[in-house]
Design a protein around this ligand. Sequence first.
Ligand code: DX5
Ligand code: ZN
Length: 223
Amino acid sequence: MQISPSILSADFARLADEAAAVPNADWLHVDVMDNHFVPNLTLGLPVVEALLKATSTPIDCHLMIEDPDRWAPAYAEAGAGSVTIHAEAAKAPVRTLRQIRALGARAGFALNPATDVTQYEDLLGEIDMLLLMTVEPGFGGQRFLDVVLPKIRRARELVSRHGGQIWIQVDGGVAADTIERCAEAGANVFVAGSAVYGTTDPRAAIDHLRALAESAPRPGGAI
Ligand code: DX5
Ligand code: ZN
């Protein structure tokens, strides 16, 4: 069970300090938005490069951009540990996922809430992490969408049939009152923005979220 706090809810003027505030994080989740794929604009490669110099926590880049085929390899080349592209945006996902891996990063593939996962079964061999959005992408602090839970279960079944190595990440509205449902459905990497950086003690919030995820029943009743 891994926790990836999203710096979207952190203080952008103090990113190095905000990274240091979560030494118990497995990853730092960085939301790159271009105001085309989603109606919000955040940050890009220069900020990721600066953050990589400022922290030893691996960077988990979530690219919510229109042309990930053009931009994703540069994030892997810069040293991000994981680079995730959206299924709805990529025009050549197999090529781009392979480029990400060839550059030494984990290849992530993200699906919006309404995007079916079963159509991507044949691509599982190209993917290190499936990101299932549990809000419509674009903003932090939105309400968790329960409607995605059956898809998390379906994704876990597909991944198990495929050997079980692929991580399943959930992103959006993940907090103390929703994380157990996600874990029980089969997620094992949890992005949390407001539930970490919106609290007075981000480090303690991560420990709490991790404990809840670890104590949730495993999918299908497995131990
Ligand atoms: C939303 C982003 C999320 C966001 C989550 O499009 O992808 O990573 O930071 O924020 P919370 O945890 O507040 O829903
Ligand atoms: Zn995200």
